[in-house]
Design a protein around this ligand. Structure first.
Ligand code: SAM
Length: 291
């Protein structure tokens, strides 16, 4: 008898199963039910997942699905799903696909009319956000910043005027460098919460303006150890402040056409007042002529 025939699991279905990000007590009843009963578990690291399942006395058949074999493995898994098997996709921790493999598999399932069922649970990003004390009504998840400083700073420049709360994953080795780049690009006053080792014994959630946060982290090595999420307050535009991109567009366009016309185009694109733009440029020009 196939496992599906004795359980609540549906045939030909991919279950995307979240697992704990530290504290095993965070596994859900549904996750256990699914992991116990599916025909196959596709895991990022089978040994890692097997250890977790041992804790819950679950024996399972495994296959691997990680970044480097995902495309090729997807074809094999789709075939099994089409033949009627049920498969659970798990990552090492948290929600699959959130900075973890699984996107190609889920997409191909949709393209092939295979049912995909999410089994929600822990995710470091939402866990950190909900305890950060930073606005959670609008946020954007940015995953890891680039490893190299110049690329990281470029990304930060793109995000400089993002008004939604920003969520980053960060590694212990790059934490200080990333915080220092934030000070350089966004200034020392931007409020940032450092959430470390969530749900684990040494969990710590601490926020300061980023200039002070770098100093605080540097004071004690322990403050940068473990797994890290950074929650960054969104940009707050000052009254009468004009968007940086609008000013940049205007300075490029005014080389190509009369200033009035350039201001009108930029004002229309960015939904701002033409006169405010025009005034700002004239102010800048008069400052330059004084210098
Ligand atoms: N899929 C996972 C999720 O749902 O959050 C994320 C996987 S990603 C490869 C691993 C990163 O998530 C870590 O480097 C860290 O930035 C963050 N993370 C995972 N567990 C964490 C924890 N317990 N505390 C803080 N951050 C964590």
């Amino acid at each position: 008898m196939n496992k599906n025939e004795q359980s609540v699991i549906d045939r030909s279905t991919l279950y995307v199963v979240s697992t704990p990000i530290g504290n095993l007590g965070d596994i859900t009843y549904r996750a256990l039910e699914v992991l116990k009963n599916v025909d196959l578990i596709a895991a990022e690291d089978t040994r890692h997942t097997a250890i977790m399942l041992q804790h819950f006395l679950i024996k399972a058949h495994f296959t691997t699905l990680y970044d480097y074999n995902e495309k090729q493995k997807t074809t094999q898994l789709l075939k099994k799903l089409q033949e009627g098997q049920s498969i659970a996709l798990v990552s090492n921790a948290g929600t699959p696909l959130i900075n973890d493999p699984g996107y190609h598999l889920v997409r191909r399932c949709h393209e092939s009319s295979i049912r995909v069922v999410p089994i929600p649970g822990a995710c470091a990003a939402s866990t950190a956000l909900c305890a950060s004390g930073i606005a959670s009504d609008r946020f954007c998840y940015e995953g890891f910043l680039p490893k190299k400083s110049q690329a990281r700073k470029n990304r930060m420049k793109v995000l400089a005027e993002e008004s939604r709360t920003l969520i980053f994953y960060e590694s212990t080795h790059r934490l200080v460098a990333s915080l220092e780049d934030m000070v350089t690009i966004w200034g020392p006053k931007r409020y940032v919460v450092l959430a470390r080792e969530l749900t684990k014994t040494w969990e710590s959630i601490y926020g300061l303006p980023v200039g002070a946060l770098v100093l605080w982290v540097k004071e004690d090595d322990i403050r940068r150890r473990g797994e890290i999420v950074l929650i960054v307050t969104g940009y707050k535009r000052q009254e009468n402040e004009l968007p940086r991109n609008a000013l940049r567009a205007l300075s490029l366009l005014q080389n190509e056409m009369p200033l009035k016309r350039a201001a009108m185009i930029v004002a229309t694109i960015y939904g701002i007042k033409k006169n405010a733009l025009y005034k700002r440029i004239l102010e800048e020009q008069s400052q330059k002529s004084i210098k």
